[in-house]
Structure formats: structure tokens, C-alpha cells
Design a protein around this ligand. Structure first.
Ligand code: SF4
Ligand code: SF4
Length: 107
């Protein structure tokens, strides 16, 4: 019984155990890869990232110049960042809110 009372008092007046997401954000843990980002101004649309991606998550076309990522396929391995000859891909560890709906072409 004394344990129960002390637990109740601690929970009533102590700091909350959970975070008020999304109002309070946590800094990413060390080593977090986050998500893939591209600098479209530097990309030459060579398609190397698409060919090397083990998850087939990137689609590149030269004409018209398009680069698209399927976030539901990407396993965040970072291999495309390593192989890009223009260094225009990078991992951003910042938290992003999940999409509210799937793109129409993803099944
Ligand atoms: S490898 Fe780099 S430069 Fe080539 S298409 Fe991919 S992101 Fe663009
Ligand atoms: S991080 Fe890995 S899985 Fe994601 S797009 Fe790049 S190579 Fe593909």
C-alpha cells in the first residue's frame, strides 16, 4: 500500500512520461538516417541511383527530367547517396510528419 501511494503521488506531480507529440519534438538520435532528400538543381538525371537502389525505390527519366522516390519502398540504406556522382543526394535526420495518404500509383 505505501508503494501504491507513493506511485500515485509521483505520477500526479511528476513530469509526464510521454512527450506532447507533435508539439514537442525530440532531437534525432545519433546515427539516425532519417529520410532521403535530393538537390534537384545538381542532379544530372544519370539514373545511377535508380539502377543501384536495392529496393527499386527511385525512378529517373532523362527526357523529361524527372526523379521520383517511392517512400514506401525505400529502406533508407543510403546506398544511392554513396553512388551519386554529383553528391546531390543526402540523408536528413529531421523528423517529418508521415503522409496522410498514399500516392495513387503506390499499391
Ligand atoms: S545518381 Fe545523382 S545525379 Fe544521377 S540521377 Fe541519381 S541523384 Fe541524379
Ligand atoms: S536509401 Fe537505399 S532504398 Fe532508399 S532510395 Fe536510396 S538506395 Fe534505395
Amino acid at each position: 500500500m505505501p508503494n501504491l501511494l507513493s506511485n500515485i503521488v509521483r505520477n500526479l506531480f511528476g513530469k509526464p512520461a510521454t512527450r506532447r507529440y507533435p508539439f514537442e519534438k525530440r532531437e534525432p538520435f545519433a546515427g539516425t538516417r532519417g529520410h532521403l532528400e535530393i538537390d534537384p538543381d545538381t542532379c544530372i538525371y544519370c539514373g545511377i541511383c535508380s539502377k543501384r537502389c536495392p529496393a527499386d525505390a527511385i525512378a529517373v527519366t532523362r527526357e523529361p527530367k524527372t526523379w521520383t522516390l517511392d517512400p514506401y519502398r525505400c529502406i533508407v540504406c543510403g546506398y544511392c547517396v554513396e553512388v551519386c556522382p554529383k553528391r546531390c543526394l543526402g540523408m536528413n535526420a529531421a523528423h517529418v510528419r508521415p503522409p496522410q495518404s498514399k500516392p495513387a500509383d503506390v499499391v
